[in-house]
Ligand binder design. Structure first.
Ligand code: ZN
Length: 187
């Protein structure tokens, strides 16, 4: 256990042991993850644990074991700055027998129109639906981030959408965890 004291500006010095343990150097980022009444601190590698295989690299599901995960291709991680299109392109459909389709409506309007948000669907006869939904929701959330209007006061957040848009977003996502994550993005 290591202790640190917060200054009046909210700053804190990461104890040397922790810095050495995480091999932190100047400019490195940290991620604070809130888990009930605890906060977990991790080094920000610019990657995120794969949401489909949970960082295992292989997909296990009842009787099915894919040698490597279709979403991260066995690397266990997803680069956080990959765009939705890059994520779609990274799924090797021939290797995993997955079809990725993206439905997109053309729009000539400059203002935000919910119809502009591409809709993602992954389908396969080999990979169970539950596992495809996790990947599809992740890609869908990247599309939402790309298209939803940002808050003017706080660019990290999005403008509160109308009730109808919230319902449409909920329809677009398959898993309740993804739905509640998106609700947390709004101001
Ligand atoms: Zn994976």
């Amino acid at each position: 256990m290591y202790k640190a004291t917060v200054t009046s500006k909210g700053q804190l010095t990461v104890p040397k042991h922790v810095r050495d343990h995480l091999k932190l150097s100047t400019g490195d980022g940290l991620i604070f993850r809130i888990l009930n009444d605890e906060v977990k601190i991790e080094k920000d590698y610019g990657v995120r644990k794969c949401c489909v295989c949970n960082g295992k690299g292989i997909v296990e599901y009842e009787n099915l074991i894919l040698k490597s995960c279709y979403f991260c291709d066995g690397t266990k991680e997803i680069e956080i700055n990959k765009t939705a299109w890059e994520l779609v392109a990274s799924i090797q459909w021939r290797k995993y027998e997955i079809a990725a389709s993206v439905l997109q409506h053309e729009s000539d309007s400059c203002s935000f129109n919910f119809m502009q948000i591409p809709k993602v669907l992954l389908s396969s006869e080999k990979v169970p639906t539950d596992l495809l939904e996790q990947g599809a929701d992740y890609i869908q959330m990247e599309f939402l981030k790309q298209f939803l209007p940002r808050s003017i006061n706080n660019p990290d957040k999005f403008m509160i959408p109308s009730k109808i848009i919230v319902e449409e977003i909920e329809e677009l996502l398959r898993l309740s965890a993804s739905k509640s994550e998106v609700i947390g993005w709004f101001e």
